[in-house]
Design a protein around this ligand. Structure first.
Ligand code: SF4
Length: 460
């Protein structure tokens, strides 16, 4: 067995930094630095923090990639390099701006984590070690929320505010999902090139400003009214004379599929070649965390029951109830927001995680107990197929473990069902054949759409 490096042995100063420098700290009065992932969701999340009195900013993204690469070995997952580059670039700019007045204690770096079994749980630890190599950045704490406790926001701010933040940020994520889906439904058919993007950029600013104003009071009806206006206006941009395109579903690793710079703008590329795209939502991931936590608590309950540990049983039951309430709240809010948007535009509705579990045929095709988001991507792809999509793209960081599993399972399954399928791994390099692969894929999806339509005509 490989010996741990002395610097990382429990009790060593470096090991100590992993718990001391990566923690749940009170963020009130600090500048919270958020790395950009899905643009709408990241900016609305920052607005939620601002609504509750924390000055949150979304950092410029992808500009520091060379720094991210310089301070990693090349074995890390690509999202880790990108986000490390973002924080180093941002802090460096701040330092240049403030000069001797630069105060690292003013900032808190926000980097959520998942409890594996892959490497996402280690990003913030590795980034701590890198920041510690800079005398001036050592004092910048990394704050995280974790899937271990269902992304609890306790400890980040006073309890009443933390609870508001939790509800507000969930609704904001769903608003962002709906805004994304509005763009994807409208942009391929717009009257004038660029009008959807220009309008949605303004819409994002307006939504963020409104969240800041009314978010603390949870005046959700005002956010909903603005969303309805946005969706109704965007719907009017569709040129009804343009024929419906083949629909392409994107699944895969959450960061890569949501971060346009890292995936080299795959949604726009697919649209450019003639597709209409629906990417998996961010809400899906949040619901997945709640879903997985319920399963974990059920397993713990069974173990506690076998050992007749009544104290533990009561504790697990309380946690299970809180998680159940969270789950009900999430599905209620999600349905509410989608219903409002669907009054104006036929965006793709989102699915529940239980629906994806059914698509996996009770664990016959894959099982949520295996962990990671592979089950989500496989189930999501099959759900898209069930809803008449004409092609599936699996977007992921090169060497990503769950996505490689997903590719191995999905490829033969979709082949059997004659659905075009494409793996799209990214590591920041420009692949010369990528464009040809995407173009060919969209052509195949178009053929699939044509044969589906011909089949429907024959049946009638
Ligand atoms: S999901 Fe993939 S990219 Fe993310 S940490 Fe795990 S292996 Fe790395």
């Amino acid at each position: 067995m490989m010996e741990a490096s002395p610097a990382l042995r429990p009790g060593s100063p470096t090991f100590h930094r992993l718990s001391e420098g990566v923690k749940h700290v009170e963020i009130s009065g600090k500048t919270l630095l958020i790395p950009e992932m899905a643009p709408f969701a990241s900016h609305l999340l920052a607005a939620c923090f601002r609504a509750l009195g924390t000055n949150a900013v979304v950092m410029d993204t992808y500009k520091g990639l060379s720094l991210g690469r310089e301070f990693t070995s090349g074995k890390e997952c690509f999202p880790c390099q990108v986000t490390l580059g973002d924080i180093l670039h941002h802090l460096q700019k701040e330092k240049e701006h403030w000069g001797t007045a630069f105060d690292p204690a003013r900032y808190v770096y926000f980097l959520p984590e998942a409890d594996g079994p892959c490497r996402f749980g280690m990003y913030n630890k590795l980034q701590r070690l890198v920041l510690d190599r800079f005398e001036t950045f050592k004092e910048v704490p990394i704050v995280y929320i974790s899937t271990q406790n269902g992304y609890s926001t306790e400890g980040l701010m006073p309890p009443e505010k933390a609870s508001t933040l939790r509800r507000l940020s969930y609704v904001s994520v769903i608003l962002a999902d709906v805004m994304d889906r509005t763009v994807w439904r409208v942009r391929p058919y717009e009257w004038r090139t660029g009008m959807t993007d220009a309008f949605m950029e303004q819409a994002l600013q307006a939504m963020a400003a409104l969240i800041e104003r009314v978010g603390a009071g949870l005046e959700l009806h005002r956010l909903y009214a603005l969303l309805e206006d946005i969706v109704a206006t965007a719907a009017s941009f569709i040129d009804p004379h343009q024929p419906r395109r083949p629909r392409i579903g994107i699944v895969g690793e959450i960061y890569l599929r949501s971060h346009p710079d890292s995936n080299q703008n795959i949604v726009r590329q697919l649209e450019r070649f003639g597709g209409e795209v629906v990417d998996a939502s961010i809400g899906e991931w949040v619901n997945f965390i709640t879903f997985v936590r319920a399963r974990k608590l059920q397993r713990q309950w069974k173990l506690a029951w076998r050992s007749r540990d009544h104290k533990l049983l009561r504790q697990i039951f309380r946690q299970w109830m809180a998680n159940r309430i969270e789950s009900i709240y999430q599905s209620w809010r999600q349905n509410q927001v989608y219903r409002l948007a669907l009054k104006h535009l036929d965006i793709e509705p989102d699915h529940s995680v239980s629906a994806l579990e059914r698509r996996l045929e009770g664990g016959r095709l894959f099982n949520f107990d295996i962990g990671t988001e592979a089950a989500l991507s496989i189930g999501g792809a099959l759900e898209h197929v069930h809803h008449g999509f004409d092609g599936i793209v699996n977007v992921f960081p090169f060497t990503c473990m769950p996505s490689t599993i997903c590719a191995a399972v999905l490829k033969p399954l979709l082949d059997q069902r004659k659905i075009p399928y494409l793996d799209a791994p990214y590591d920041g390099a420009i692949q010369p054949n990528r464009e040809v692969a995407l173009r060919t894929f969209v052509y195949q999806a178009g053929q699939h759409l044509a044969s589906r339509r011909a089949g429907q005509t024959l049946r009638h």
